[in-house]
Design a protein around this ligand. Structure first.
Ligand SMILES: Nc1ncnc2c1ncn2[C@@H]1O[C@H](COP(=O)(O)OP(=O)(O)OP(=O)(O)O)[C@@H](O)[C@H]1O
Length: 503
C-alpha cells in the first residue's frame, strides 16, 4: 500500500486555513449576529466552529456509510458523551479528485442552514491527513433503505415523508439554494423517523441567495452536470441553467419511488435512462391513487416553471394539492412518523426475484474515467483506492462486527451489503475487501459462513466485470460470482479491487 500523508495533505490544510479562516467577530456592528455577512466573501464567522480536536478524542463506532470521497462513522466524544456522525475526508484524495470545491461548499452552506429538516453541522476539525465534519446523527438510516426493506411505502407513509421533504425544500429554496441531488439516499431518518435532507455538496446558490459562499465556489460548477442520472430533469440534459424546478422534478421521482419501490425512469445504463427522461416515458403502477398520479404528473412537467412549487404562488400550490389532504403543515415535526423497518436478518432475499423492478440508482460510479459506458453522476462519484482507502480504512477496524475476519493490523478497504445473484434466489452478503489484500463475502445471518475469493494480482486470474452501475461480476479461473449493489457502486468495487492489484 502507498505511504500515507505527504505534501498534498499539508497543502490542503493550508488552503483550508487560508480560505475558511475563522475570524473573531468584531466587537461592534454586526458582532452579535449569528449569521455571516451576506456577500460572497473570504471572511467568515462560522456557527459550527473549527475545533482543535483530534480523532483520538472520539470513540468510533459503526460506519453509517461510505460516499465517493468520504466515510461517515458514528463517533462519541469521550469527554461529553455526545454522539455525532463524523464525516471523514482524506485531504490528499479530495485534492487529487478535484473535490475541494464541493467539500468547501458543503461546509460553508451547511453552516448557515437552520431547519429541523436539514442535517445540522455541529463543528469541524482537521489533522494532517483528514478533514472531519461532525454532523448530527440520523440513526434511522436512509429513506432509500426504508423503501427497499418495505418494498414500497403506503400512501400515508409517502405523504408524511414527502410533506417533510417539501417543508425543508421550501426553506432551502427560500434561501436561494438549489440542492440538485434530492433522492431517497440523501433523505436521512432520525431515530424517531423524521426526515432530514443531507448531502449539500452539489448545491447551487442562485444570484440572489443570502447564503455566503466563497468566491468561485458557486460558479465552478455552472457548466457541470451534477445530480444523479435517474433523478435528473430533462432541462438539465439540455444544458439549461439550474432552477428550483430541478429539485421539484427530483421530488416527483422520489415520491414515485416511495410509492412503487423504484424510480420512474429506469434502464440498464445512464444513456438509456436519459432517453426515457427526455421522452418522458412515464408509467404509473395501477395501485397509485388518482391524487398521487396527479401530483407526480405535475412535478414531472417538462416545463420546470409549471411544476407545483415553482410558480408565482410558490409552495402553497404544493401544500394544497389534494394528495396532502389531512397534513398539518405547521406541526409536521410533532406528528408521529411512520414506523421504521429494521434491517431483516435473513440472508436469502426471496422477494427480489424480479430484479427488473428493483430501484435503479446511479450514485456511485466513477465519472469521466476511462470510457465507462454508463458513466456516473457527476460530480459525486469516483473512487480511488490507494491513499484514500489506506487512510480511512483503519476506521473500519472499529466496526467490530467484521473484526473477526481480519488479522491483526489488517484493515478493511471497502465493504458493502450486496446481493449475490444466483439462479433461483438472491442472497444477501457482505462483501469485504481488505488491504492484505483479501476479498471475501460473509453471510450476515450466519457470521461463520464466509467464503474467500482467491486473490491474485494478475488480472487474468482475478478480474471485475461491470455490467451496469449496480451489477458486477468477480471472475476467477474457478468461478464467476455475480453481485448486485442497490447503491450503484459497481464501478467503485472494480476500481478498489484493481487498485490493490496494481499496488
Ligand atoms: N448525519 C448522518 N447520520 C447518519 N448517517 C449519515 C449521515 N450523513 C451521511 N450518512 C450516511 O453516510 C453515507 C455517506 O455519506 P456521504 O455524505 O459521505 O456521501 P454520499 O452523499 O452518500 O455520497 P456521495 O459523496 O458519493 O454523493 C450516506 O449515504 C449516509 O447513508
Amino acid at each position: 500500500m502507498m505511504a500515507v500523508g505527504g505534501g498534498g495533505g499539508e497543502e490542503m490544510e493550508r488552503d483550508f486555513e487560508a480560505k475558511l479562516r475563522l475570524q473573531q467577530p468584531s466587537t461592534t456592528g454586526d458582532a452579535g449576529h449569528a449569521r455571516p455577512a451576506v456577500q460572497r466573501t473570504n471572511s467568515i464567522v462560522f456557527r459550527a466552529p473549527q475545533e482543535q480536536f483530534s480523532i483520538n478524542d472520539f470513540e468510533l463506532g459503526k460506519i453509517y456509510g461510505v460516499g465517493s470521497y468520504s466515510k461517515v462513522v458514528r463517533a462519541k466524544k469521550k469527554d461529553t458523551g455526545n454522539v455525532y456522525a463524523l464525516k471523514i475526508m482524506d485531504k490528499k484524495f479530495i485534492a487529487k479528485e478535484n473535490k475541494v470545491s464541493y467539500v468547501k461548499l458543503e461546509r460553508i452552506v451547511l453552516d448557515q442552514l437552520d431547519h429541523p429538516g436539514i442535517i445540522r453541522l455541529c463543528f469541524t476539525f482537521q489533522d494532517t491527513y483528514s478533514l472531519y465534519m461532525a454532523l448530527e446523527c440520523c440513526e434511522g438510516g436512509e429513506l432509500f433503505d426504508q423503501i427497499t426493506r418495505k418494498g414500497h411505502l403506503s400512501e400515508d407513509e409517502a405523504r408524511f415523508y414527502a410533506a417533510e421533504v417539501i417543508d425543508a425544500m421550501e426553506y432551502i429554496h427560500g434561501v436561494g439554494l438549489i440542492h440538485r441531488d434530492i433522492k431517497p439516499e440523501n433523505l436521512l431518518l432520525t431515530t424517531d423517523g423524521h426526515i432530514k435532507i443531507a448531502d449539500f455538496g452539489s448545491v447551487k446558490p442562485t444570484k440572489d441567495s443570502p447564503i455566503t459562499v466563497l468566491p468561485n465556489s458557486a460558479n465552478e460548477k455552472t457548466c457541470t452536470f451534477v445530480g444523479t442520472a435517474a433523478y435528473v430533469p430533462p432541462e438539465v440534459l439540455n444544458s439549461s441553467p439550474a432552477t428550483f424546478g430541478n429539485d421539484l422534478w427530483a421530488l416527483g421521482c422520489t415520491l414515485y419511488q416511495m410509492l412503487s419501490g423504484s424510480s420512474p425512469f429506469k434502464d440498464a445504463s445512464e444513456w438509456l435512462i436519459f432517453q426515457r427522461i427526455i421522452a418522458r416515458d412515464l408509467k404509473f403502477p395501477e395501485y397509485f391513487s388518482h391524487e398521487a398520479r396527479d401530483l407526480i404528473d405535475k412535478l414531472l412537467d417538462t416545463d420546470p416553471s409549471k411544476r407545483p412549487g415553482a410558480g408565482p404562488d410558490g409552495y402553497a400550490s404544493l401544500r394544497k394539492h389534494p394528495f396532502f389532504k389531512g397534513i398539518d403543515w405547521k406541526n409536521l415535526r410533532k406528528a408521529s412518523a411512520p414506523k421504521l423497518a429494521l434491517e431483516k436478518d435473513t440472508s436469502v432475499d426471496y422477494d427480489s426475484q424480479d430484479t427488473s423492478w428493483n430501484p435503479i440508482h446511479v450514485g456511485g460510479a466513477p465519472s469521466h474515467q476511462q470510457g465507462i459506458p454508463d458513466g456516473s453522476p457527476v460530480a459525486t462519484s469516483s473512487f480511488e483506492p490507494q491513499s484514500h482507502i489506506s487512510r480511512l480504512a483503519s476506521i473500519d477496524s472499529f466496526d467490530s462486527k467484521w473484526q473477526e475476519f481480519l488479522e491483526p493490523g489488517e484493515t478493511i478497504v471497502m465493504i458493502s451489503n450486496l446481493k449475490k445473484v444466483q439462479k433461483l434466489t438472491n442472497k444477501k452478503v457482505q462483501l469485504i475487501l481488505t488491504d492484505k489484500p483479501k476479498l471475501l463475502y460473509v453471510d450476515p445471518s450466519k457470521m461463520t459462513a464466509n467464503v474467500n475469493i482467491i486473490w491474485s494480482d494478475n488480472a487474468g486470474d482475478l478480474s471485475v466485470q461491470v455490467a451496469s452501475s449496480s451489477h458486477f461480476k468477480i471472475c476467477t479461473p474457478k468461478k464467476v460470482i455475480s453481485f448486485e449493489d442497490a447503491k450503484q457502486r459497481a464501478w467503485q468495487w472494480k476500481k478498489a479491487i484493481e487498485g490493490l492489484q496494481h499496488c
